[in-house]
Design a protein around this ligand. Structure first.
Ligand SMILES: Cc1cc2nc3c(=O)[nH]c(=O)nc-3n(C[C@H](O)[C@H](O)[C@H](O)COP(=O)(O)O)c2cc1C
Length: 298
């Protein structure tokens, strides 16, 4: 995740038993190299991958740097997987691509991806244009492709992990909950904004430029009003300006920056360490499983 998942968060996630992804979307290649080296200097080097948004102008350099540094787990997003997947597969990499519709899942499978991340529009950050919920998207993608499906969007709690596995997902990808952990490189004011958010605190805006789910603040509400008034793509682009993601997530400008977070924010009540968060997720999952088993035994 941009401005959030540097090596510290990725390593903490890996230490807690997850796959840790370094978010290259807000890094120049040399900074990415530094983060990979720091993560690789730890005992969980094998559990570290990178996320690379494919629309980045320097996508080739980000991929080249990652390969040079020995990364073999790639999560690609925001773009066409056709262009890069072959190159990554030739180097023996595992490639998962983020999609938000069945059509794009099929394209990713055709491009040779090993898995897809099916992300519903509850998710924090950039979204698909079709506004499909995780509950509806995941089973349809599971039915359509023959590769593993990782569910994402709206998951911040162990009950939801169990629900996603019931839908046929093999794993889940969790964003907002980890963006608000101690180890996340996001600003404290951003983390607090997640904790303060309730179920209705987010809105999907900038649908003509690139739909993004943000916490409602001065900027997001002005983008929403412009959208409702029929703003053109160019008008949305002008309104967005530059560096709002950095201002909101990294610098903590809670009124004028973009505060990317998902609808699951209402479930996040405290800024905790990754280890505690993982412990809670597992406990919640186990309680939900027992509840279901008890119900089915009746
Ligand atoms: C602050 C933030 C930054 C994100 N940046 C990226 C990114 O750079 N690349 C990407 O593929 N997804 C990004 N995402 C999406 C997450 O990877 C994940 O799929 C999404 O947050 C899942 O939904 P959730 O927030 O409801 O857990 C970001 C999400 C957040 C909250």
């Amino acid at each position: 995740m941009v401005w959030t998942s540097g090596w510290k968060l990725a390593v903490a996630a890996a230490r807690a038993g997850a796959l840790g992804l370094i978010g290259a979307g807000s890094m120049k290649p040399e900074l990415l190299r530094e983060h990979i080296r720091k993560a690789h200097a730890t005992e969980v080097a094998a559990q570290i991958g990178v996320n690379i948004p494919l629309l980045r102008g320097d996508v080739d350099a980000l991929i080249q740097t990652s390969l040079e540094e020995g990364i073999r787990i790639f999560f690609t997003s925001a773009g066409n997987p056709q262009a890069q997947t072959g190159r990554l597969k030739e180097r023996g990499a595992f490639v998962a691509h983020v999609i938000a519709s069945v059509k794009h899942a099929l394209k990713a499978a055709q491009a040779g991806c090993d898995a897809v991340v099916a992300e519903g529009f509850e998710a924090g950050g950039h979204n698909g244009i079709d506004e499909i919920t995780t509950l509806c998207l995941v089973p349809q993608v599971v039915d359509a492709v023959n590769i593993p499906v990782i569910a994402a969007g709206g998951i911040a709690d162990g009950r939801q992990i169990l629900a996603c596995l019931a839908l046929g997902a093999q794993a889940v990808q969790i964003g907002t909950r980890f963006a608000a952990t101690v180890e996340s490189s996001s600003h404290e004011a951003y983390k607090q904004a997640v904790v303060d958010a309730d179920d209705a605190a987010t809105v999907l805006v900038l649908k003509k430029v690139a739909p993004v789910r943000l916490k409602k603040n001065r900027f997001a509400l002005s983008a929403f009003e412009a959208q409702q008034a029929g703003a053109t793509k160019e008008e949305e682009r002008l309104l967005l300006g530059h560096k709002r993601e950095m201002q909101g997530i990294f610098e903590g400008n809670v009124e004028e920056g973009e505060l990317e977070m998902g609808q699951s924010s209402g479930l996040i009540k405290e800024i905790r360490s990754v280890e505690e968060t993982m412990g809670t997720l597992v406990a919640e999952y186990n309680r939900a499983l027992i509840r279901i088993e008890t119900m089915s035994a009746k």
